[in-house]
Design a protein around this ligand. Structure first.
Ligand code: NDP
Length: 465
């Protein structure tokens, strides 16, 4: 049975282009029975998949990567229409799926265990696949987040059932088709479109799903963690963020100001790594704000299919209302420093908005807005910067701007976050680990370590007596 058959049931969901509010496609949602059938097929495919020779499993993943590459423009255009991502970003995202598959295609032949010296025999360890892995993907980065889960999971010998977000299922569904085209056996990677409360919940409660990889809100992550406890199910959680961009007085201020806009406006701010809190040393605060304003006003907010567009719309009308509630609709007095422009008319547009914070207690300073809104606050010295950066429940990423190498290292060690960058805003490379401290999550994706979270270590002792 193919993925299309899996989805031939019950309710339908209209996928809307967030830049035009037009329906792009109608997707059939799987119900509980169809979800169970897909999980059963994934489980049945598990035995034969783990028996595929490591080199052949690697070859299949490389072929999958090549097929993604040959459909890169199609996938990118689909994401522009479905998620409102700028075409430049969408091409990068499809390319990221290709690269992550290619990176982990080397893993099956390198999943080495250890030989441990013991008395009376030979002791060896094996990295065994877990079984079926459930991946729950949010709407903000539908392609990369799917790839970060599925590629290492498959490489380690697991089968995968993947639930895209209701709002953005199209590229995931296409990736499921491309996997079959690349020669992955039926059932090894299955995309199941449906609701979080149905398909996602079933991944948590179904005993055959041995691990959940979840990216999304902290509240749903907490719920999944509670549910997983019933079966001691493995979990990786990538949750929210409220990352700090810390700018010291010895920084290259024009460079810091030029880079700051896209650190919170990329993907219209719907980015768990968004540097949505800017901390600026007090003696350069005014100068930074002047440079920053010019830079924000220069950002092109426009139809995401245009090559020049740097920021598109928000994902939905509901998300725009959420974002608004932090600025116009806030019960607190919100001090807007300046705003950029956004198109009017159809589409879920919201302008780049820079807010002056007056302390660390305001809602816009503390909560994840998940939109093109940043709050700026001065700090006094290094200790104050670290204390303010850490005054949050989150700990995903952050940036430090300084020319002092010692300070860069001290502050990097002092900030409680999983992924920091100095004099840049890069967070994610497929070859390096990514994940959060504190309530930003559990576990690490990407890089060499991700494979460990898709395997269990087995120890075998062989007596020589
Ligand atoms: P959710 O956490 O609700 O959604 C993320 C994914 O989880 C979706 O695929 C969703 O399915 C699924 N899901 C929802 N409920 C359950 C459940 N009970 N069991 C299993 N899976 C479930 O995020 P929202 O879309 O509601 O976004 C709300 C806020 O969360 C944002 O404003 C932002 O602050 C944060 N967020 C953070 C992300 C990150 O990258 N860390 C990503 C997305 C959101 P479906 O959508 O189909 O219902």
């Amino acid at each position: 049975m193919s993925e299309h058959d899996v989805n031939m049931t019950v309710s339908e969901h209209d996928v809307v282009n967030p830049a035009t509010e037009q329906v792009v496609q109608t997707v059939v949602q799987a119900d509980l029975d169809r979800t169970d059938e897909a999980i059963a097929r994934a489980e049945a495919a598990g035995g034969p998949w783990r028996e595929v020779a490591p080199a052949d499993r690697g070859r299949l993943l490389r072929r999958f990567s090549e097929v993604v590459d040959s459909h890169l423009e199609e996938l990118a255009q689909l994401e522009v229409a479905n998620a409102g991502h700028t075409i430049g970003n969408a091409r990068w995202e499809a390319g990221n799926v290709r690269d992550v598959l290619n990176y982990y295609s080397a893993a099956p032949e390198r999943l080495v265990g250890r030989q441990i010296p013991v008395a009376g025999g030979l002791d060896v360890t094996f990295k065994e696949p877990l079984g079926t892995v459930g991946i729950i993907v949010p709407w903000n980065f539908p392609m990369p987040i799917a790839g970060w889960g599925l590629a290492p999971a498959l490489a380690a010998g697991n089968t995968v059932v993947l639930k895209p977000a209701e709002l953005t299922p199209l590229t995931a569904i296409r990736l499921g088709e491309l996997a079959l085209e690349a020669g992955l056996p039926e059932g090894v990677f299955t995309v199941i479109a449906g609701k979080g409360s149905v398909v996602g919940e079933r991944f948590v409660t179904h005993p055959a799903v041995r691990k959940i990889c979840f990216t999304g809100s902290t509240s749903v992550g907490q719920r999944i963690m509670r549910g997983a406890a019933d079966q001691v199910k493995r979990i990786t959680l990538e949750l929210g963020g409220k990352s700090a961009n810390v700018i010291f007085d010895d920084a290259d201020l024009p460079a810091a100001a030029a880079a700051a806009p896209m650190s919170f406006l990329d993907n219209a701010g719907q980015d768990c790594c968004a540097r949505s809190r800017i901390l600026v040393q007090r003696n350069v605060f005014d100068r930074f704000m002047e440079l920053f304003e010019q830079a924000v006003l220069g950002v092109v907010v426009a139809d995401p299919s245009r090559e020049s567009s740097q920021m598109g719309p928000l994902i939905s009308s509901a998300q725009r209302e959420t974002v608004r509630s932090y600025v116009e609709g806030s019960a607190e007095q919100v001090d807007v420093a300046f705003r950029g422009k956004a198109p009017g008319g159809d589409g879920f547009w919201y302008p780049p908005t820079v807010v002056l914070a007056h302390g660390t207690t305001e809602r816009v300073w503390r909560e994840e807005v998940f939109g093109p809104v940043v709050a700026v606050l001065p700090f006094e010295d290094e200790a104050d910067a670290i204390a303010k950066a850490n005054d949050t429940q989150y700990g995903l990423s952050g940036s430090i701007w300084t020319r002092d190498v010692g300070r860069a290292i001290r502050v990097s060690r002092g900030i409680q976050a999983g992924s920091l960058s100095v004099n840049s805003h890069s967070s994610v490379r497929y070859s390096t680990p990514f994940g959060g401290f504190k309530q930003s999550g559990i576990g690490r994706e990407l890089g060499p370590d991700a494979l460990d979270s898709f395997t269990d270590v087995k120890n075998v002792f062989i007596s020589t007596s």
